[in-house]
Design a protein around this ligand. Structure first.
Ligand code: SF4
Ligand code: SF4
Length: 336
């Protein structure tokens, strides 16, 4: 049975939150994954432009300091998005990370400038930097999610550690296509696609669905956002995809998980609009098991999450991740 450590923010304490956070990381043994003078990735979500629910940078800064004092060398990382927001290309993603206060440590986008830099691990397109790193702190904001019911550590691993193409495979049952109403027939995508899947036709350009590998890099290079895809994966398939990719993302790694059960919004931090919270702040949970830490969070907010998305069964991602060997659902909780 995995152990989950809990920093309860609902209790009064004569210690400040950051000192309590230090204690949480210490008691949970988080720094034990470090190797001296070796890089340690902090995988996080810096929030889409206009979103304010993402993990407070003060905690991440503190984590960077703790890692430094323990002899490690921390950097921040995330991957490019599939949709055309401010984080769809690495340079713009780093820009918004700084605007949101994540300016105290180097930030490296794990799947490269266009989101097409990946390594196949057990048929999953994992961002190449994630594939190479052996030490990772997975910092996740636990909240509701339209298709998965909730998003926590498993989503941060499965979706958040995949390249654009990996995300496409989870969200869509088909390959990208050209939206002719937006296409200005510049040759950018044609020159970019090394698989020769983009071809000229009488109306401009088209994607040969058989030749396309689904890397999704062309979506990031198109200046008109004319390369689109269908968000048509069913919830169950999406959750299984997330669990499968999570298994590949953590393979042969030492990972420590911190789930922030605060700002519990109905939707993920990719949303640029804010909606009322579905539950009050609860606290921060830590574990070396991503399934247990997500299960513990879900158990604490099951009622509002289930009410929010009655047609989605979020326990599918937990059950499937357990079957993939990512972790276990049974846990024991320890207060700090
Ligand atoms: S890069 Fe975009 S605008 Fe240019 S040809 Fe390709 S789809 Fe059309
Ligand atoms: S057309 Fe397909 S293979 Fe070519 S860049 Fe786009 S997604 Fe990748």
């Amino acid at each position: 049975m995995a152990r989950v450590y809990f920093m309860d923010m609902r209790e009064e304490s004569n210690m400040n939150m950051l000192t309590l956070f230090d204690r949480l990381v210490d008691v949970a043994g988080g720094l034990g994954i470090l190797r001296r003078r070796s890089p340690a990735a902090i995988k996080l979500h810096v929030g889409e432009a206009g979103n304010t629910n993402y993990v407070n940078p003060n905690y991440v800064r503190r984590l960077v300091e703790l890692i430094g004092k323990a002899g490690g060398q921390a950097f921040l990382t995330d991957t490019t998005t599939l949709y055309a927001g401010r984080r769809y290309r690495a340079d713009l993603h780093i820009e918004i990370a700084r605007e949101h206060g994540f300016d105290f440590a180097p930030m490296i986008i794990a799947d490269g400038l266009y989101g097409d830099d990946y390594v196949e691990i057990d048929n999953a397109k994992i961002a190449s930097l994630i594939a190479r790193i052996d030490t990772m702190f997975c910092v996740s904001h636990f909240k509701g999610h339209l298709n998965c019911g909730f998003g926590g550590a498993l989503k941060n691993l499965g979706m958040g550690c995949s390249s654009k193409g990996g995300k496409l495979e989870m969200h869509s049952t088909s390959k990208p296509f050209i939206d002719e109403s937006r296409c200005k027939q510049c040759p950018t995508c044609l020159e970019y696609c090394i698989h020769g899947a983009i071809k000229e036709n009488e109306n401009g350009v088209e994607i040969d669905q058989d030749a396309c590998t689904g890397c999704a890099g062309c979506m990031a290079v198109c200046p008109e956002h004319a390369i689109r895809f269908a968000w048509d994966a069913a919830s169950s398939d999406l959750q299984k995809g997330v669990a499968r990719q999570a298994a590949s993302a953590v393979k042969d790694k030492r990972v420590f998980y911190l789930n922030f059960l605060v700002n519990i919004a109905p939707n993920c931090d990719c949303f640029h609009t804010n909606a009322p919270m579905i539950a009050p702040d609860i606290g921060i949970l830590a574990s070396s098991d991503p399934v247990s830490v997500d299960q513990a969070c879900y158990d604490m907010v099951k009622e509002p999450i289930d009410r929010l998305h009655p047609d989605v069964d979020p326990s599918e991602q937990l059950a499937y991740a357990e079957r993939c060997g990512v972790g276990e659902r049974k846990y024991e909780i320890t207060g700090i």
